[in-house]
Design a protein around this ligand. Structure first.
Ligand code: FES
Length: 126
């Protein structure tokens, strides 16, 4: 029996650029699919699950990506683009997060696409 990953990388699949019509291809879906393709063979997948979600209430700052883990702050990142660089960086960030005892992601240590655009940092539960 395989263990359930303790951390989760959430990607909003319904994010679209501001002003894009509802029927437009969703940038969030594109980003999720790019990350999923990498995640399928990713060594860190035993620790970090990938979760496609519909909306994380950051719609005006699409695309949104979040991280959560036990006893760690949760992060919500925004303004991400569905590029191969961002997809790879999302997994690098998730690996950093899972490897950290505190879950704190210092700005200067985060992969380039994630050095900016934090919409929320939520403390862990008590
Ligand atoms: S549609 Fe992506 S955060 Fe709302």
């Amino acid at each position: 029996m395989s263990e359930v990953p303790s951390h989760t990388l959430h990607i909003c699949v319904t994010c679209r650029p501001k002003g894009a019509p509802p029927e437009a291809v969703r940038d969030g879906r594109l980003l999720f699919e790019a990350v999923a393709a990498l995640h399928a063979d990713w060594p860190g997948r035993a620790l970090v699950a990938l979760n496609g979600v519909e909306c994380m209430s950051g719609c005006d700052r699409a695309c949104t990506v979040a991280l959560s883990g036990p006893g760690k702050p949760s992060y919500l990142f925004c303004d991400k683009t569905p590029t191969p660089e961002t997809a790879a960086a999302a997994l690098d960030l998730a690996a950093q997060y899972a490897a950290s005892d505190t879950g704190v992601l210092a700005r200067g240590e985060r992969p380039g696409p994630f050095r900016s655009g934090i919409l929320a940092k939520i403390p862990p539960g008590l």
